[in-house]
Design a protein around this ligand. Structure first.
Ligand code: SF4
Length: 171
């Protein structure tokens, strides 16, 4: 015990250093998303996150958008608790058989106009879980997808870039 305590005092932390803040680029990108949302919807963007069976790696990056580092709410973008209040469904993971109906019902409950963003490699075609007896496939196998954001997992900045592309390029 004493040895463990001593080692913890003299060893450097095992965690990775935090990413360097590029505050200017982040602010510019988030403000662009906010402007595009106001142009398209007349208000800010509401996002409902749906975990259809992911390993939670993608969730960690999505949650990071709300942490003190990215703090997305300061730009008016927010995550909502109900699909009835959402413009965008951000769906992660391969769709498991257990989550298929829940995803379909969440999609049906989201009012038009709505967009579906499939987040992460697994959401494209099942990724590393493809072929599993428990998996239906990618998000497209259950609901129509407007945008795929690839990565395992994609970073918060990639997520923001994807949202901007969605608002600027979808009809
Ligand atoms: S894309 Fe990677 S991080 Fe995201 S759910 Fe699949 S394995 Fe996990």
């Amino acid at each position: 015990m004493r040895r463990t305590l001593f080692e913890s005092l003299v060893q450097s932390p095992l965690t990775e250093p935090p990413p360097q803040a590029d505050e200017g680029a982040l602010a510019e990108l988030a403000a662009s998303v906010e402007r595009a949302a106001r142009r398209r919807l007349g208000r800010s963007l509401s996002i409902r996150e749906v975990d259809a069976g992911s390993c939670n790696g993608c969730e960690l990056e999505i949650h990071a958008l709300n942490n003190a580092f990215y703090d997305l709410e300061r730009f008016g973008l927010r995550f909502v608790a109900s699909p009835r209040h959402a413009d965008v469904l951000m769906v992660t993971g391969p769709v498991t058989k257990n989550m298929r109906e829940a995803l379909q019902r969440t999609y049906d409950a989201t009012p038009d106009p709505k967009w579906v963003v499939a987040v992460g490699d697994c959401a494209v075609d099942g990724g590393i879980f493809s072929g599993s007896y428990a998996v239906v496939g990618g998000v497209q196998a259950v609901v129509p997808v407007d945008l795929h954001i690839r990565g395992c997992p994609p970073s918060p900045i990639q997520l923001l870039k994807g949202l901007l592309a969605l608002l600027e390029h979808t009809a």
